[in-house]
Design a protein around this ligand. Structure first.
Ligand code: UDP
Length: 333
């Protein structure tokens, strides 16, 4: 039986494919390669290039494979971009999920683990954020993730389709052997931008606002290592396979770091100066997002191992140093 990974050539998806194969799962991947990289895929994964919104294509994959469960990473995921292009986000994320679920229903597949987001909460009233907190997304991106969760809830109710929605906080880091890592073009995430600046590929880090209500005025986020995050998906898959109920879990490290703290830690790890300047706030950014991940620990038995921010940045640095051009470097080898 096969695990189908949607968006398996993306940053998080490719780490999931790798870890699943290491743990002896049979894996098929769907990715349209809009943002993903063919070279990030493990050789043992069967790859289908296509779009999750293309129902005929999706049906052909479900016909060929004996799928037991779906890990769904295929989505646009940038808060800032979603403020500029909301319809693109609703189309790709919500409609793409709708088609996926229609095909799953058609083929009687009842297990899905999918990437939700801390962006579903909006500006939180209490820190750390629990899964029971109110959801008031402040960006179209967060709204799409909440809509996807709601669609899944109704599919459970009507078709007995079971889901786990994993609300990610800030995912960072890379596979410890440095073989795969984060490679977006253009890059917008904090950790890779800081490290690209350390490499001299970017002139300076732009710090988006230092007038937030936080200790040093810059935004505070909860960073979780991609390897730990992926492990939670595999636990969630097994949780559903053993007959448990649909559920929502936060995935974070329960500790917050400001943009300035991240920069200082990266300066220590890389030994580089990393120039930076403060500019105005980025639309859609809440000031502080810190997870309570107790529920995932209690119910899924999740035990994140790389919670130290230094380890997260060091593993990302190992990837960026050895593949400064991302997967373009790998192609040349
Ligand atoms: N950030 C920043 N400069 C950048 C990129 C990000 O100051 O070039 C800040 C951003 O405002 C946020 C934090 O870093 O407070 C993390 O942003 P990222 O885009 O990595 O993740 P998000 O929180 O949007 O999921």
């Amino acid at each position: 039986m096969t695990v189908l990974v949607l968006g398996g050539a993306g940053y998080i998806g490719s780490h999931a494919v790798d870890q699943l194969i290491e743990q002896h799962y049979d894996v098929a991947v769907v990715d349209n390669l809009q943002t993903g990289h063919r070279d990030s895929l493990h050789k043992k994964a069967r790859f289908y290039q296509g779009d999750i919104r293309d129902k005929t294509f999706m049906e052909s994959v479900f016909k060929k494979e004996s799928i037991e469960g779906v890990l769904h990473f295929a989505a646009n995921s940038l808060v800032g971009e979603s403020m500029q292009q909301p319809l693109q986000y609703f189309n790709n994320n919500v409609y793409g999920t709708q088609i996926t679920l229609e095909v799953m229903q058609q083929f009687g597949i009842k297990t899905i683990v999918f990437s939700s987001s801390a962006a579903t909460y909006g500006e939180p009233k209490e820190i750390p954020i629990k899964e029971t907190a109110e959801t008031n997304p402040e960006s179209p991106y967060g709204e799409t993730k909440l809509m996807m969760e709601k669609i899944l809830k109704w599919c459970d109710q009507s078709y007995d389709m079971k889901f786990v929605a994993l609300r990610y906080f800030n995912v960072a880091g890379a596979k410890l052997d440095g073989r795969i890592g984060e490679d977006h073009s253009p890059e917008s995430h904090l950790v890779p931008i800081i490290l690209q600046t350390a490499l001299g590929q970017k002139e300076e880090l732009l710090i988006f606002g230092d007038d937030y209500n936080t200790p040093d005025g810059t935004c505070v986020r909860d960073y979780v290592h991609v390897v730990d995050l992926v492990e939670a998906h595999i636990l969630a898959l097994n949780y559903l396979k053993t007959g448990n109920q649909s559920a929502v879990f936060n995935l974070g490290s329960s500790t917050g770091f400001s943009v300035k703290e991240m920069l200082d830690t990266a300066r220590d790890i890389t030994g580089k100066e990393i120039p930076a300047k403060v500019v105005s706030r980025r639309a859609g950014d809440p000031s502080t997002l810190i997870a309570s991940s107790e529920k995932a620990k209690m119910i899924l038995g999740w035990k994140p191992q790389y919670t130290d921010i230094k380890k997260i940045i060091a593993s990302a640095w190992n990837w960026h140093k050895t593949s400064p051009l991302g997967y373009n470097d790998i192609k040349k080898n």
